[in-house]
Design a protein around this ligand. Structure first.
Ligand SMILES: N[C@@H](CCC(=O)N[C@@H](CS)C(=O)NCC(=O)O)C(=O)O
Length: 224
């Protein structure tokens, strides 16, 4: 597709899950993009909290997405994803699976569930397991329980499609939102042993070309 499209610039981090969602979506749509990798410091030139990156995203977090074709800059993975869908998914390849009012709400409710709940709860597990300067077992247990609660909800939802996609019908941008967060369950010290549908869905997502290409490009961009 789209040889006339100038490559978009996806601002990423080597391991953070949120930028990967956008890389997967761009790959799925065949939209060219380059990767610019930042670290989590306040270094003025390479840090997400440094002066150079704060010109792009005043919230100092990745992803951010610059589109030289429109001059538009987006940040927050939900806003980046919806920008990409509005501008580049005119054939609705990765959006809601149908056009009814319920189809649109189904897409948004699962997207928001990831953005506001499963993603942040997993992020807090990571923080209290790996980054917090002192042990806080109460906080770790609280966020672990909340993340498993989200897994329970996701497992039930995936039963509706036999583990094929979060919203029954076909894989959509909603699956792209979930994939990087669920993929890092073991990094967070969480197990999928009692979640057969999530396990199956994750394996299917790993095998998809747009997912493999996205991880490859982010890793290659990181290595530069
Ligand atoms: N809610 C945001 C969160 C963005 C976010 O937290 N990104 C992480 C990497 S995955 C980050 O930039 N962290 C930098 C920091 O915490 O300083 C989204 O969905 O994009």
């Amino acid at each position: 597709m789209a040889t006339h499209i100038k490559p978009l610039i996806l601002h990423t981090h080597a391991t953070g899950p949120n930028p990967i969602k956008i890389a997967i979506a761009l790959e799925a749509l065949g939209i060219p993009f380059t990767v610019k990798c930042w670290d989590f410091s306040d270094d003025p030139e390479i840090g997400v909290k440094g002066t150079a990156f704060l010109q792009i995203n005043e919230n100092g977090r990745v992803p951010a997405l610059e589109d030289p074709n429109t001059g538009i800059i987006s940040w927050e993975s939900g806003a980046c994803m919806n920008y990409v869908r509005r501008v580049y998914d005119t054939a609705n390849k990765i959006g809601p699976c149908g056009s009814s009012g319920q189809d649109l709400v189904d897409f948004e409710k699962w997207e928001y569930f990831l953005l506001t709940t499963l993603g942040p709860m997993t992020g807090q597990v990571n923080w209290f397991r790996r980054c917090h300067p002192r042990k806080d077992e109460d906080a770790l247990q609280r966020y672990t329980a909340q993340t498993y609660r989200c897994y329970d909800v996701l497992e039930s939802q995936l039963q509706k499609s036999e583990g094929m996609s979060v919203i029954p019908g076909r894989v959509s941008a909603v699956d792209y939102h979930f994939e990087p967060w669920v993929r890092e369950h073991s990094f967070a010290g969480l197990s999928l042993d009692t979640y057969p549908m999530i396990h199956k869905w994750l394996a299917l997502m790993h095998a998809r070309e747009e997912v493999q290409e996205a991880y490859y490009k982010i890793q290659a961009g990181t290595a530069k």
